[in-house]
Design a protein around this ligand. Structure first.
Ligand SMILES: Cc1cc2nc3c(=O)[nH]c(=O)nc-3n(C[C@H](O)[C@H](O)[C@H](O)COP(=O)(O)O)c2cc1C
Length: 174
Protein backbone atom coordinates (compact mmCIF):
# COMPACT_ATOMS: atom_id res chain seq x y z
CA UNK A 1 0.00 0.00 0.00
CA UNK A 2 1.40 3.39 -0.97
CA UNK A 3 0.58 6.24 1.36
CA UNK A 4 2.55 9.44 1.98
CA UNK A 5 1.93 9.55 5.73
CA UNK A 6 2.96 5.92 6.22
CA UNK A 7 5.99 6.45 3.99
CA UNK A 8 7.07 9.47 6.05
CA UNK A 9 6.75 7.43 9.25
CA UNK A 10 8.92 4.70 7.69
CA UNK A 11 11.55 7.02 6.27
CA UNK A 12 12.09 9.42 9.19
CA UNK A 13 15.45 9.01 10.93
CA UNK A 14 17.23 10.67 13.84
CA UNK A 15 19.74 12.91 12.08
CA UNK A 16 22.88 13.99 13.93
CA UNK A 17 24.64 16.17 11.37
CA UNK A 18 23.39 19.43 9.84
CA UNK A 19 24.38 22.21 7.48
CA UNK A 20 24.67 25.60 9.16
CA UNK A 21 22.12 27.09 6.75
CA UNK A 22 19.05 28.42 8.57
CA UNK A 23 15.52 27.29 7.91
CA UNK A 24 13.25 29.65 5.98
CA UNK A 25 10.30 31.23 7.77
CA UNK A 26 8.01 29.07 5.65
CA UNK A 27 9.78 25.88 6.75
CA UNK A 28 9.68 26.92 10.41
CA UNK A 29 5.99 27.82 10.14
CA UNK A 30 5.15 24.40 8.64
CA UNK A 31 6.86 22.63 11.54
CA UNK A 32 5.18 24.76 14.21
CA UNK A 33 1.80 24.28 12.52
CA UNK A 34 2.26 20.51 12.80
CA UNK A 35 3.16 20.98 16.46
CA UNK A 36 0.07 22.94 17.47
CA UNK A 37 -2.19 20.65 15.43
CA UNK A 38 -1.17 17.70 17.64
CA UNK A 39 -3.79 15.98 19.74
CA UNK A 40 -3.65 16.44 23.51
CA UNK A 41 -5.55 14.88 26.39
CA UNK A 42 -8.77 16.81 27.04
CA UNK A 43 -7.49 19.21 24.37
CA UNK A 44 -5.53 20.88 27.18
CA UNK A 45 -2.62 21.78 24.87
CA UNK A 46 -0.36 21.93 27.94
CA UNK A 47 2.71 22.81 25.89
CA UNK A 48 4.85 25.77 24.91
CA UNK A 49 7.32 25.86 22.02
CA UNK A 50 10.52 27.92 22.33
CA UNK A 51 11.85 28.25 18.78
CA UNK A 52 15.57 28.99 19.09
CA UNK A 53 17.94 30.04 16.33
CA UNK A 54 20.25 32.01 18.65
CA UNK A 55 23.41 29.89 18.49
CA UNK A 56 24.94 31.59 21.53
CA UNK A 57 21.98 30.50 23.66
CA UNK A 58 22.03 26.97 22.22
CA UNK A 59 25.78 26.79 22.98
CA UNK A 60 25.18 28.00 26.54
CA UNK A 61 22.48 25.41 27.19
CA UNK A 62 24.71 22.75 25.62
CA UNK A 63 27.63 23.68 27.88
CA UNK A 64 25.48 23.38 31.00
CA UNK A 65 23.99 20.04 29.89
CA UNK A 66 27.39 18.57 28.93
CA UNK A 67 28.81 19.71 32.28
CA UNK A 68 26.06 17.80 34.11
CA UNK A 69 26.10 14.69 31.91
CA UNK A 70 28.69 11.98 32.43
CA UNK A 71 28.75 11.18 28.72
CA UNK A 72 31.39 11.36 26.02
CA UNK A 73 29.51 13.92 23.93
CA UNK A 74 30.38 17.57 23.36
CA UNK A 75 27.40 18.84 21.39
CA UNK A 76 24.02 17.44 22.29
CA UNK A 77 22.43 19.68 19.62
CA UNK A 78 24.70 18.53 16.76
CA UNK A 79 25.24 22.13 15.54
CA UNK A 80 21.65 22.30 14.28
CA UNK A 81 20.56 25.76 13.06
CA UNK A 82 17.21 25.40 14.86
CA UNK A 83 16.32 23.86 18.20
CA UNK A 84 12.76 23.84 19.51
CA UNK A 85 12.36 23.35 23.25
CA UNK A 86 8.99 22.08 24.43
CA UNK A 87 8.04 22.90 27.98
CA UNK A 88 4.93 21.66 29.69
CA UNK A 89 2.77 22.61 32.61
CA UNK A 90 4.24 20.70 35.54
CA UNK A 91 0.73 20.19 36.94
CA UNK A 92 -0.60 18.65 33.74
CA UNK A 93 -1.28 14.93 34.14
CA UNK A 94 -0.54 14.18 30.50
CA UNK A 95 1.72 17.12 29.66
CA UNK A 96 4.84 15.10 28.92
CA UNK A 97 2.91 12.57 26.88
CA UNK A 98 1.23 15.34 24.90
CA UNK A 99 4.63 16.97 24.37
CA UNK A 100 6.01 13.70 23.04
CA UNK A 101 3.21 13.46 20.51
CA UNK A 102 3.81 17.07 19.43
CA UNK A 103 7.53 16.50 19.00
CA UNK A 104 6.92 13.49 16.76
CA UNK A 105 4.49 15.56 14.68
CA UNK A 106 7.34 18.06 14.21
CA UNK A 107 9.82 15.32 13.29
CA UNK A 108 7.44 14.03 10.63
CA UNK A 109 6.71 17.53 9.32
CA UNK A 110 10.44 18.26 9.06
CA UNK A 111 10.95 15.02 7.16
CA UNK A 112 8.00 15.80 4.88
CA UNK A 113 9.69 19.02 3.70
CA UNK A 114 13.12 17.47 3.20
CA UNK A 115 14.69 18.42 6.52
CA UNK A 116 16.30 16.21 9.13
CA UNK A 117 15.66 16.20 12.85
CA UNK A 118 16.48 14.47 16.09
CA UNK A 119 14.28 14.40 19.17
CA UNK A 120 16.34 15.30 22.26
CA UNK A 121 15.84 14.28 25.86
CA UNK A 122 19.38 15.05 27.01
CA UNK A 123 18.87 18.83 27.25
CA UNK A 124 17.00 18.09 30.49
CA UNK A 125 20.44 18.03 32.11
CA UNK A 126 20.71 21.78 31.56
CA UNK A 127 17.60 22.48 33.62
CA UNK A 128 18.50 20.65 36.84
CA UNK A 129 20.73 23.22 38.58
CA UNK A 130 20.46 26.98 39.23
CA UNK A 131 21.31 27.95 35.59
CA UNK A 132 18.12 26.11 34.62
CA UNK A 133 16.07 28.93 36.15
CA UNK A 134 17.82 31.41 33.87
CA UNK A 135 17.23 29.20 30.83
CA UNK A 136 13.52 28.99 31.74
CA UNK A 137 13.42 32.79 31.52
CA UNK A 138 15.54 33.11 28.37
CA UNK A 139 13.43 30.44 26.65
CA UNK A 140 10.24 32.20 27.80
CA UNK A 141 8.81 29.11 29.47
CA UNK A 142 5.39 30.10 30.85
CA UNK A 143 4.93 30.03 34.65
CA UNK A 144 4.93 26.51 36.13
CA UNK A 145 6.32 25.06 32.90
CA UNK A 146 9.32 22.76 32.93
CA UNK A 147 11.42 21.33 30.12
CA UNK A 148 9.80 18.28 28.48
CA UNK A 149 11.72 17.50 25.30
CA UNK A 150 13.49 19.28 22.43
CA UNK A 151 14.04 18.73 18.74
CA UNK A 152 16.99 19.81 16.61
CA UNK A 153 16.16 20.49 12.95
CA UNK A 154 18.13 21.39 9.85
CA UNK A 155 19.31 20.36 6.42
CA UNK A 156 20.85 16.91 6.93
CA UNK A 157 24.48 16.17 6.12
CA UNK A 158 24.09 12.46 6.78
CA UNK A 159 21.81 9.56 6.09
CA UNK A 160 21.04 6.77 8.49
CA UNK A 161 19.73 3.22 8.42
CA UNK A 162 16.37 2.45 9.96
CA UNK A 163 16.59 1.17 13.52
CA UNK A 164 16.16 -2.61 13.87
CA UNK A 165 12.61 -3.73 14.43
CA UNK A 166 11.97 -5.99 17.40
CA UNK A 167 8.84 -8.02 16.65
CA UNK A 168 8.65 -9.50 20.14
CA UNK A 169 7.60 -6.06 21.41
CA UNK A 170 4.14 -6.86 20.06
CA UNK A 171 1.71 -9.42 21.43
CA UNK A 172 -1.65 -10.13 19.89
CA UNK A 173 -4.21 -11.14 22.49
CA UNK A 174 -7.21 -12.67 20.76
C1 LIG B 1 12.14 10.90 23.94
C2 LIG B 1 13.37 10.75 23.09
C3 LIG B 1 14.56 11.31 23.51
C4 LIG B 1 15.70 11.21 22.70
N1 LIG B 1 16.84 11.84 23.11
C5 LIG B 1 17.91 11.83 22.32
C6 LIG B 1 19.06 12.59 22.66
O1 LIG B 1 19.09 13.30 23.66
N2 LIG B 1 20.12 12.54 21.81
C7 LIG B 1 20.10 11.80 20.66
O2 LIG B 1 21.10 11.80 19.94
N3 LIG B 1 19.01 11.09 20.28
C8 LIG B 1 17.92 11.11 21.08
N4 LIG B 1 16.79 10.44 20.70
C9 LIG B 1 16.76 9.71 19.41
C10 LIG B 1 16.82 8.19 19.60
O3 LIG B 1 18.14 7.82 19.94
C11 LIG B 1 16.36 7.55 18.27
O4 LIG B 1 15.00 7.83 18.05
C12 LIG B 1 16.56 6.02 18.26
O5 LIG B 1 17.91 5.68 18.33
C13 LIG B 1 15.95 5.38 17.00
O6 LIG B 1 16.53 5.92 15.83
P1 LIG B 1 15.62 6.59 14.71
O7 LIG B 1 14.93 7.79 15.35
O8 LIG B 1 16.56 7.02 13.62
O9 LIG B 1 14.62 5.61 14.25
C14 LIG B 1 15.64 10.51 21.48
C15 LIG B 1 14.44 9.95 21.06
C16 LIG B 1 13.32 10.06 21.85
C17 LIG B 1 12.02 9.48 21.35
Amino acid sequence: MSNQVLQAISDRRSIRGYKASPLSKEQTDIILKAAVESPSALNAQPWHFSVVTNQNLIREINAEAVKNLALDIDDIFFAAPLVIFISTDADSRWGRLDSGIAVENMALAAHAIGLGSVILGLPDAAFTGPPGERFNILLKFPPKHTFAVAIAIGVPTETKEAHPIEPDRIDYIN
